[in-house]
Design a protein around this ligand. Structure first.
Ligand SMILES: Nc1ncnc2c1ncn2[C@@H]1O[C@H](COP(=O)(O)OP(=O)(O)OP(=O)(O)O)[C@@H](O)[C@H]1O
Ligand SMILES: [Mg+2]
Length: 237
């Protein structure tokens, strides 16, 4: 069998001396959209930060296509095909839209390709080339960060709270793009606190509470368990 795109083996890590993740195992295959769900403070963003190498595992291993990421710098990850869109979008707020696209060429894709992918997909951004990214609307900023995912040709996409602060219609559009990327064979690990839209496109899902994945399964199986897991936030998911 092919090696999984992304594999976490028994990850233990945290901040300072305080552990946050307590033994996470997770695999992501080509075409998977894995929805990682769970309440505030459960460790979802921490888990993505381990995958994007912003924090080191204390124990355990992160592998990309079978290769250990130990010693690989975060800025090298784009070259092995890992694109991360962190909470807060991962764009450069003090640079213009055009300049942000220039920054994306560091992954090796040329500017003309990135520009055409971005402005074809998000025509709204083409009128705003000279605008500082930090002054774009929330939805436009998220479009710009998605443009990075589209333009840099990743194999693995790590998304943290894509829906944060956005209108449901925009969230739906963004997840349609995510689904198209997965159809092309990209593996997507997506964190969301509120689950409904992401479960509509996910192929697998897990619930992370207190640093442990307490349940994993198909989106349907997980949807049934979510109201119990969130205790009282049933109306929101
Ligand atoms: N830089 C940091 N330094 C110290 N503790 C941190 C840091 N970042 C996160 N934590 C703590 O780690 C735990 C997990 O946080 P994390 O951000 O991974 O949660 P989350 O599941 O993404 O939550 P949310 O849904 O609110 O985004 C929390 O208790 C948080 O306070
Ligand atoms: Mg988070």
């Amino acid at each position: 069998m092919d090696k999984p795109l992304l594999q976490l083996d028994n990850i233990l890590t945290g901040y300072g001396t305080i552990p946050v993740l307590h033994g996470i195992d997770l695999t992501l295959a080509e075409g998977d959209i894995y929805a990682l769900l769970g309440p505030n403070g459960g460790g979802k963003s921490t888990l993505l930060k381990v995958c994007s190498r912003q924090i080191e595992p204390w124990k355990g291993n992160v592998k990309v296509a079978g290769r250990s990421m130990e010693g690989v710098a975060p800025e090298e990850l784009a070259k092995v095909g890992v694109c991360t869109i962190p909470e807060g979008k991962g764009i450069f707020p003090n640079l213009t839209v055009s300049e942000n696209l220039v920054m994306m060429t560091h992954s090796g894709t040329d500017l003309a390709t990135i520009e055409s992918i971005t402005y074809d997909r998000f025509p709204q951004l083409s009128n705003k080339r000279k605008q500082l990214a930090g002054t774009l609307s929330g939805g436009e900023q998220q479009m710009l960060s998605m443009a990075r995912a589209l333009g840099t040709n990743p194999k693995i996409l790590l998304l943290d709270e894509l829906s944060m602060g956005l209108a449901p219609i925009i969230v739906k559009e963004l997840y349609e793009i995510v689904a198209q990327l997965a159809e092309q064979g990209i593996g997507v690990l997506v964190v969301e606190q509120f689950a409904r839209t992401v479960l509509g496109v996910a192929t697998r899902a897990g619930i992370l509470i207190n640093g442990k994945i307490i349940s994993e399964g198909s989106p349907n199986e997980l949807e049934d368990q979510l109201s119990d897991a969130y205790l009282g936030t049933k109306g929101k998911i």
